[in-house]
Design a protein around this ligand. Structure first.
Ligand code: MG
Ligand code: MG
Length: 269
């Protein structure tokens, strides 16, 4: 069952998403070679609790941390650890919070300074595919149009692998609500997109094959061929007047720009 949100509920989700975005901004300001995922996770949890919110992922299905931190060939659901980042890493950070009973959810893949051009291209394309997907997420379209946009851009045009096993989702008082929002699909198929729908759109795109496997820790998803993977996520609300992006990557990108250890991921379109 799909829970359509009122304008008031959408504003509460926006507040949660904004805290998520600020947390990702904090991560962007601290990320550099030598820093660990554990350090970032501790900072993020303190920051979220200081804002009278609750980390949304910690304890969710037994997940042990505030952030999912997935490095290089790790796609999503990486558990923060004590391994130091190096200057050739890409680092996907996914964050969720609960505030005023509503979840917010967003993710961003960062690139340290030594990341090669081939991988930067993957990041740019994945980020582009998120915005193409958001353009398709409008009243009267169907969920399949969103997946088609990601797949067409990342897979058909750029020959990357779009992950099938993990999908975007409705979001509200639950982290994962109906409908599922796959990153692949056919135009004009799937549930109709209506006013009040709030969904997390989150392309996961691999440099190589689309297939993934799960690590022995029971969480981390890794590309089958161990090539890098990127992940960008926004939570959006569907409104009659247009689609409203509730999370904020602009402040995250500002922090990337101000951190000399990170490369900017500029949209191409
Ligand atoms: Mg997420
Ligand atoms: Mg999500």
């Amino acid at each position: 069952m799909v829970y359509y949100k009122t304008d008031e509920e959408i504003e509460l989700i926006r507040a949660s998403c904004l805290l998520v975005s600020k947390t990702l901004t904090l991560v962007a300001s601290h990320l550099k070679p030598g820093v660990t995922g554990t350090f970032l996770d501790t900072k993020a949890e303190e920051f979220i609790r200081d804002h009278k919110a609750i980390p949304g992922f910690k304890g969710y299905g037994g997940f042990p941390a505030t952030l999912c931190i997935s490095v290089n060939e790790q796609v999503v659901h990486g558990i923060p650890n004590d391994k130091e980042f190096t200057d050739t890493d890409i680092v996907s950070v996914d964050c969720g919070v609960i505030m005023n009973e509503f979840y917010g959810d967003a993710a961003f893949t960062f690139a340290l300074n030594g990341v090669n051009e081939e991988t930067m291209e993957l990041l740019v394309t994945t980020k582009d595919s998120l915005y193409k997907a958001i353009e398709s997420a409008k009243v009267g379209n169907r969920i399949g149009d969103i997946g088609y946009s990601v797949q067409n851009h990342a897979e058909k045009l750029h020959k990357y692998g779009v992950v099938r096993e993990l999908v975007g989702h409705g979001i509200g008082k639950n982290l994962h609500e109906s409908p599922e929002v796959p990153n692949y699909g056919k135009r004009g198929r799937g549930p109709v997109i209506k006013t009040g729908l709030v969904i997390a759109i989150e392309p996961m795109v691999n440099l190589g094959v689309k297939e993934v496997r799960q690590a022995d820790d029971g969480w981390t998803i890794i590309t089958r061929d161990n090539k890098p993977s990127a992940h960008y996520e926004h939570t959006v609300a569907i409104k009659a007047e247009g689609t409203d992006i509730l999370s904020d990557h602009v402040i995250v990108e500002e922090a990337v720009k101000n951190n000399p250890e990170l490369k900017e991921i500029s949209l191409k379109n």
